[in-house]
Structure formats: structure tokens, C-alpha cells
Design a protein around this ligand. Sequence first.
Ligand SMILES: [Fe+2]
Length: 257
Amino acid sequence: MMLYYTLTSFFKPTMKKFPSEFEDLLNANGKRILNSKQYPSNFTKKGAIPIEVVNNIIDQDVAAKCIAILDKTVYAKLKPISSKINPNELWGMKKNYTERLSKNLRMKTMEIGGPKSRSYEAAQACGLIQMLNSESLRKFGEVVASTRFGTAENNQVICYESGDYVSPHNDHHPENENVKNGFFDIHLMFSNRHVEHQLLVHEQNGYLNQCYNISQPAAMAIYKLPFWHYTTPLIAKPGKEKMARRWLLLRSFELSK
Ligand SMILES: [Fe+2]
């Protein structure tokens, strides 16, 4: 039995790069969604906030291979970013109940810049750029959102580790002509087996009280921003705080004209 297990593990094909088409990561359910004419989601429900998290589209062993590629080729290129709570937001208050909290966060990230940037080189070498730019990734998002997307905006990689989070914010960019009326985000997410949980909380009818569990081994979230939302601190399994990682591969699109 042991010999059989060792042999099958040894001959299991490894994945050295992301496939050039997102479709090739999908399981049967993911392919069914990709090829469907319509998908029932919050994008078509009257009054719902336009966000949908889709689970069970990539098998766990494939997700583990994606995580292995990201750990090996991208992790060392990430930069930590953090923005702490300004103490003046508490001790500078002059009146009761006038508190205001600016956006604060902690995570590691890599914006994928132009072809001459080091981040681009790393992301291209592991096939990430080709996969994020693939037609099937855009199509999957468009099926779930029940609409066509416009021009692709940018690609970014984010990695949340134990205690990393983002406080409430809305991603409205009124100074940017191309996205001032909104934009679409596709988040392809992979959590390793050391993650206990992390939630995405978003507004609904004026309250921040709707949430999704975003710590599945693999999932995709499709957003039409802006709206208020935040990401709770990543909680690792006990004793696994140094190893827990949730990867977020992000591609943004303008609204279609
Ligand atoms: Fe956000």
C-alpha cells in the first residue's frame, strides 16, 4: 500500500507554470459555468450589491499546484504594505461620537507593471500574465456578471498572511477619468491548508453586514465597484501562523462603452 502511494505521488505530474488559458484550471463545474449563457447571481438580483463569489470551480489538487508556483516564483518579489491607524483619529477627537477611521491595512503585494519591470518578468516567467490576460478569464467574469467588460485596467498579486486585513473602504476613484463611474474586478483566490478563515464583508442597504467566506482552497470573486467592503484579518490554524497564506490574483476592467 505504502509503495503504491509513493509511486503514484512520484509520478503525479507537477505543474511548473500557469496554463496560458484560465479555462485549463477549471473543473467540470467551472467549465459548465464558463460555457453557460447565463448565471444566476447578485448581478441580476434587483437591489443586490453587485458581487458574487463562486466556489467549486477549481479542484483542490490543482489549487495546490497554483499555490506551489506562487510560493516558488512570486512570493520573494512581493513588497509588504501597511497603513496603521493614525493615533490622532482617536486622541485628536474633540467631540463624542465624531470618530472617523481612514483606510488601514496590512498585506504583501506586487503590482504587475510594464514589460520592463521586474515584477512583469517574474509574472511572465511563471505564466501568470498570460493566464490573467486570457480570454477565458474575462469570459468567466462576464458570464457571472451578465455583462461585457471594457478595457482591461491592471493586474495585481496580493498575499494575505496571518493577521493581514483591509479596513472598510469603497474603491471609488472619482479622480480617474476611466473608472470614475465604476469598474469590474476579478479576484482569483487560493488559500493554503493552514488558513482557518478570512471573510469579505460588504454593505447591503446601508449596513456592513453581508459576508462571504473567502478562505476556500480556490474561488473566484467578481465585483462591480465601488461599494463599501472590508476583509477581516486572516486567521491561521493554531500553530500554523507562519505558513498560512491566501493568494489573490486580481484583474480589473473598465466598464464597457
Ligand atoms: Fe477593495
